[in-house]
Design a binder for this molecule. Structure first.
Ligand SMILES: Cc1cc2nc3c(=O)[nH]c(=O)nc-3n(C[C@H](O)[C@H](O)[C@H](O)COP(=O)(O)O)c2cc1C
Length: 443
């Protein structure tokens, strides 16, 4: 008889997908149709609405953390949402006066706090289960997924229907109580007990996230490996995990075009995370970069003891690199996360490409020439001089910057033999922990 796998074995990152069910305005937002329906009911008879407040607060936060952790681990996130119309509204729901999530309406949109990344699948359904009359089963089978981790709303409705069908279709189902909710909180708790008894495992997200982080720590620097995202033509490191580049963006106008570089890096097979200097944040569209990369844009060091948000990098590109950051990096200053990563990458011998953007007057400053020499002698590729990049005159705007120069430099830095033997750098968060406390001693 087949041995029953433990939770940790079931949620292995190479065979698991997260399914977020129905986190849409009509089901979650205080102004959504469902919340209004519950408030009307509460005004007619005493009703405990604490579950609604929990769903709009703690549950959203927990799902956000779950999704961020899944992205770091390379676990695909699939969003299931209800979309109905006059032609598809369920006869029973209509009889109950429930007209929800009509196509094209605000109520149908996924809530603003949870944004699917551009590459993530959004599965449209018309009934409770994310499997009913949708391509979800064939998508999961094509991705060799064996386990579904289910979050969302309503616990006893669409979440449970999805978990029941997952079990019926022979997936391991794991439902996360802290990532599920509904207005009727006792019904939420009863549903979790039922699902745990009959259809899968009911647990909380920290246990699943801890299992993923344990696998990543094992994989980091050693061949255990993450997974390819289904559908993404991704380069992999020697360990089989996607090749990750950190794009460090400093405070110059070229930062506003960082999305163009992200798109080119993705096309070249890199999984990209953006780190912005505090000054760069003024120039960039954070939400767009997060959508493009699927990762949060980081600009500050994390709080000690909090989990990693980004996967560990295989290379760094600093573009645009300001006069300020080039000089500080050469001096070994790390008072921003961006500088902590650049200086850490130099120390760790990670492939590092620095693409300055500065005025001709700044470039003529003696400190800049010295800094470029220092960085080059430490192993960085600095795209400056030899016709590769010409600084602009003060007041002039930079036109026609060649992204290809950056991509070619990155390809060359990543494949050179000297880099291949170098050590890897911890993720952005570990870099901070190492910079501040040197607890892990990895830099
Ligand atoms: C509109 C604007 C344009 C700027 N352009 C540049 C530039 O092209 N190169 C540069 O080195 N600094 C430029 N700066 C100055 C930097 O933003 C400034 O030195 C800042 O401290 C850099 O911080 P960072 O290196 O942490 O990003 C510009 C500032 C502003 C407000």
């Amino acid at each position: 008889m087949e041995r029953t796998p433990s939770l940790q074995e079931r949620v292995g990152i190479s065979k698991t997908a997260v399914i977020v069910v129905d986190m849409q305005n009509d089901f979650v937002d205080p102004d959504g149709a469902n919340s209004r329906w519950w408030r009307r009911r509460a005004s007619a008879e005493p009703t405990d609405l604490s579950g609604m407040t929990r769903l709009q607060g703690q549950v959203v936060t927990a799902i956000d953390r779950l999704v961020a952790s899944a992205r770091v681990a390379g676990v695909p996130v699939i969003w299931a949402r209800t979309v109905n119309s006059a032609q598809t509204n369920a006869r029973f729901w209509l009889s109950e006066n429930q007209v929800l999530c009509q196509a094209g309406s605000w109520g149908c949109e996924i809530i603003g706090q949870l944004t699917p990344a551009e590459r993530e699948l959004v599965v449209t359904k018309t009934r409770h289960s994310a499997f009913f009359a949708t391509p979800l089963d064939s998508i999961l089978r094509r991705g060799q997924i064996e386990t579904v981790v289910v979050a969302g709303t309503a616990t006893h409705g669409c979440v449970e229907a999805t978990v029941r069908d997952a079990m019926t279709l022979d997936y391991w189902a794991v439902v996360l109580g802290d990532c599920c909710g509904q207005a009727d909180h006792p019904a939420h708790e009863q549903a979790l007990v039922r699902m745990d008894r009959l259809f899968g495992i009911a647990t909380d997200s920290p246990r699943v996230i801890a299992a993923w982080q344990g696998t990543l720590r094992t994989a980091h620097g050693r061949p255990a490996g993450g997974r390819r995202r289904p559908g993404a033509d991704t380069m992999t490191s020697g360990a089989g995990r996607p090749k990750v580049v950190y794009l460090v963006v400093c405070g110059a106008p070229r930062a506003a075009r960082a999305g163009e570089l992200v798109e080119r890096l993705s096309a070249a097979g890199w999984t990209t995370c953006v780190i912005a200097s505090p000054q760069a944040v003024k120039f960039i569209d954070v939400a767009r970069l997060e959508r493009l990369t699927g990762y949060p844009v980081r600009s500050a060091y994390k709080d000690p003891g909090t989990p990693d948000l980004l996967p560990p990098p295989d290379a760094l590109v600093v573009c645009p690199a300001t006069f300020n950051s080039v000089n500080k990096a050469a001096l070994g200053v790390s008072d921003t996360l961006a500088l902590g990563l650049i200086t850490g990458a130099l120390g760790a011998g990670l492939p590092l490409v620095i693409a300055p953007a500065l005025s001709a007057h700044q470039a003529a400053h003696p400190a800049f020439t010295r800094s470029v020499e220092t960085l080059r002698s430490a192993g960085a590729t600095v795209i400056y001089g030899d016709g590769a990049y010409t600084p602009v005159m003060p007041g002039e705007s930079e036109t026609g910057y060649r992204w290809e120069t950056v991509l070619e430099a990155l390809a060359s830095a990543s494949t050179s033999g000297a880099q291949a033997s170098r050590r890897t750098l911890p993720s952005s968060d570990l870099a901070m922990a190492s910079t501040v406390t040197n607890r892990r001693g990895t830099l």
